[in-house]
Design a protein around this ligand. Structure first.
Ligand code: TXA
Ligand code: MG
Length: 349
């Protein structure tokens, strides 16, 4: 299959391109598109055969459900059995935006989209291209992140091309995404609501609106505990080819330990990658050193994480050593993804 790649500017939408992309979706094809979180791989969510093509293109296990993307609240009514009051409160504040909610599904949503579940994950993205494509494509786009299963999520169209060229009809290239980590997933069908995947809308932000909010315990555990409630979180996602190890502790001690482990490995003939920040980068003496952002503003770290992991795949390093991050605000989502990529391999100093 020849994949058409179209550049698209979210401040000046080309309606011809959007229309063509919408028609591909209406005919059961696949279109990758930018959202504010990561690039999505879209198909008509209400067409079971189209949704199935997503699993084939990604090499994704069929029990891992897809998020349905909508453009307005009316669209929600048709695909869910009921809308809890708490969901309306959250939607009013955080939709459109980087937040997904889990509802009981109505019969129009095929099991091919929900991985056989009676619940459905729904998100209303804020990215202009995503919104226009949803409208053009019939109102309901099932879209996981547009990466091959097991690779880091794509934060620019080049990443999508690496993974999807030849497998899908079209890629809409809207440049680098704004956030860089996938949406927060909130199960609103339970009381109190539970976060199944941390993201840019944090636990603190949701608690301010809803009172108590819990976090799926399986997210904090090492592998081997209870399975996580979002089926996708159980896979060793976001995994770079090289072994990744996170070093946590006081700033100077971390730099010292990373330099020590790096030197030890280099002496053995290994190629070592190092993930540092603007604040520390000058202190790393050997290895392939990459700057992930600044600690002054952890949104920069969220924004670069997946691109840096992909760059290390290109560099053919044998191991990667990364500093740990704060765990507050968006830093919580950063650490969740980083620790998953590391298979929970962490050294405390
Ligand atoms: O930011 C995002 O959410 C991006 C963009 C494209 O919108 N999408 C995304 O989709 O990250 P994906 O498929 O890579 O991750 C969806 C996660 C998976 O972990 C999946 O198991 C979970 O959502 N999920 C989907 N439906 C669910 C359901 N009914 N119950 C529990 N978890 C669900
Ligand atoms: Mg994904």
């Amino acid at each position: 299959m020849k994949t058409i790649i179209n550049k698209i500017n979210d401040r000046q939408l080309n309606s011809d391109i959007i229309k063509k992309a919408g028609n591909i979706l209406r005919e059961g094809g696949l279109v990758a598109f930018p959202t504010e979180t990561v690039y999505g791989l879209g198909a008509d969510a209400l067409n079971e055969n189209a949704a199935k093509k997503i699993y084939a293109a990604k090499g994704r296990p069929s029990d891992n459900p897809l998020i349905v993307h909508i453009a307005d609240m009316e669209a929600l009514e048709k695909i869910v059995r009921d809308i809890p009051d708490a969901a309306r409160t959250v939607a009013e504040r955080y939709w459109p935006g980087p937040l997904t909610m889990i509802f009981n599904k109505s019969s129009v949503v095929p099991y091919g989209t929900t991985g056989g579940l009676d619940t459905v994950a729904v998100r209303m993205p804020s990215h202009k291209v995503a919104c226009a494509l949803i409208e053009a494509g019939g109102g309901y786009i099932a879209a996981p992140s547009a990466n091959t299963s097991g690779r880091p999520s794509p934060t620019k169209a080049e990443h999508v091309k690496e993974d999807m060229e030849g497998k899908i009809e079209m890629i809409l290239d809207g440049g680098t995404v704004e956030i860089g980590l996938e949406s927060t997933i909130l199960d609103i069908s339970v009381t109190p609501p539970m976060i199944l995947r941390p993201g840019a809308v944090t636990k603190e932000m949701l608690e301010e609106l809803l009172g108590e909010v819990t976090v799926d315990n399986a997210l904090l555990d090492e592998e081997g505990g209870d399975p996580p409630k979002a089926p996708g979180m159980k896979y060793r996602h976001y995994a770079p080819k090289a072994k990744l190890c996170v070093v946590e502790g006081d700033g100077e001690a971390v730099v010292k330990e990373i330099n020590r482990i790096a030197d030890e490995n280099i002496q053995k003939g290994n190629r070592v990658g190092i993930i540092g920040t603007q604040e520390s980068i000058g202190a790393y003496l050997n290895g392939v050193v990459k700057c992930i952002g600044t600690r002054q503003d952890e949104t920069t770290i969220a924004n670069h994480l997946y691109a840096v992991l992909r760059e290390f795949d290109e560099e053919d390093v044998d191991c990667i050593l990364s500093e740990a991050f704060s765990g507050d605000g968006i830093g919580n989502a950063v650490m969740n993804r980083l620790l998953k990529a590391a298979g929970h391999h962490i050294i405390q100093v």
